[in-house]
Design a protein around this ligand. Structure first.
Ligand code: NAD
Length: 281
């Protein structure tokens, strides 16, 4: 089954469906990512913070698939925003993955209350990774509209993507709309809200109609809204299930019904980027 590509504002493309590896233990990562490749996934979303970049690299090498056919994203860890630290952290990402480039590198969190709120110089450091050809594309994660507006005012490059929390209980349309208006692709993290939305009656009824699972319906909803997704699972049957979402189509009313499940800020499963200030030891 062919996964559609999304064109980024720098001309590169990214598969709309990938495989996320947050909370996959290093010892389980090679097996899970290898399973994902076997099923047909060609896009892996990792991060320095996840502690499994080495194993992602190993799975890529084991797969026998040409490196150029696999899209790998990683993200700058929160303790490394200062330019020299960011450069060192990025070099470590490349050496842990065992790659000479990543396809996409993101600022994981804006941390507006840390580092004097200076995510602008961090972004300029990412621009240098792009100019050096070491990251084919660069982007941000968890940026709110105000953070994106500041980058637009103070820097020359528009992020290719903004990876933010989006699912039926937190549709995050204000930030998504800014992205649509400024050619920044939205990547929806925790697309099934780590399972929290799967018992919702609206979703289970639509799933029954199509003979699909609630997870497939929610992932399909994201795809039809145009967002990029990378659900996570270590269960082979679920990794497979999450890939089988291109053989049915929700109608506009069904898409709207799911969007209407939004609970606003109460629907977040993760932290609010305006106040999140966690720096790992
Ligand atoms: P998710 O919404 O993908 O949910 C994952 C959980 O849902 C799994 O642990 C599993 O328990 C369950 N699940 C998966 N498939 C299922 C299925 N078919 N049926 C029933 N249950 C199923 O949550 P996530 O892992 O938090 O998010 C996905 C990816 O997004 C992550 O792996 C990571 O790559 C990225 N992410 C990024 C950030 C960020 O700050 N940028 C934050 C969180 C996640």
């Amino acid at each position: 089954m062919n996964v559609p590509d999304i064109k980024l504002n720098d001309g590169n493309t990214i598969p709309q469906l990938g495989f996320g590896v947050y909370q996959i233990k290093p010892e389980d990562t090679v097996e899970s990512v290898s399973k994902a490749f076997e099923i047909g996934y060609r896009h892996i979303d990792t991060a320095e913070m996840y502690g499994n970049e080495k194993e992602v690299g190993e799975a890529v090498r084991n797969s026998g698939i040409d490196r150029s056919e696999i899209f790998v994203t990683s993200k700058l860890n929160n303790g490394f925003h200062r330019p020299d630290d960011a450069k060192k952290a990025f070099d470590k990402t490349l050496s842990d993955l065992g790659f000479d480039y990543v396809d996409l590198f993101l600022i994981h969190w804006p941390l507006p209350t840390k580092y004097d709120g200076d995510y602008v110089s961090t972004w300029k450091t990412l621009e240098s990774f792009h100019q050096d050809g070491l990251s084919k594309s660069i982007g941000v994660s968890n940026f709110q509209v105000a953070h994106l507006e500041r980058l637009a005012k103070e820097t020359d490059t528009v992020p290719t993507v903004n990876q933010i929390e989006v699912h039926p209980y937190f549709v995050n349309d204000e930030v998504r709309r800014y992205g649509q208006e400024h050619n920044i692709a939205t990547e929806a993290w925790s697309p099934i809200a780590q399972g929290e939305v799967l018992d919702d009656a609206t979703i289970t009824q639509i799933a029954e109609k199509f003979g699909k699972t609630p997870a497939q319906v929610v992932l399909r909803w994201h795809v039809q809204r145009g967002d990029i997704i990378f659900p996570k699972s270590v269960t082979p049957s679920r990794i497979e299930e999450n890939f089988q979402i291109f053989d049915f189509e929700l109608d506009a009313a069904e898409v709207d019904k799911i969007t209407a499940l939004d609970k606003g800020e109460d629907g977040r499963t993760g932290p609010n980027p305006d106040v999140f200030d966690y720096i790992p030891d």
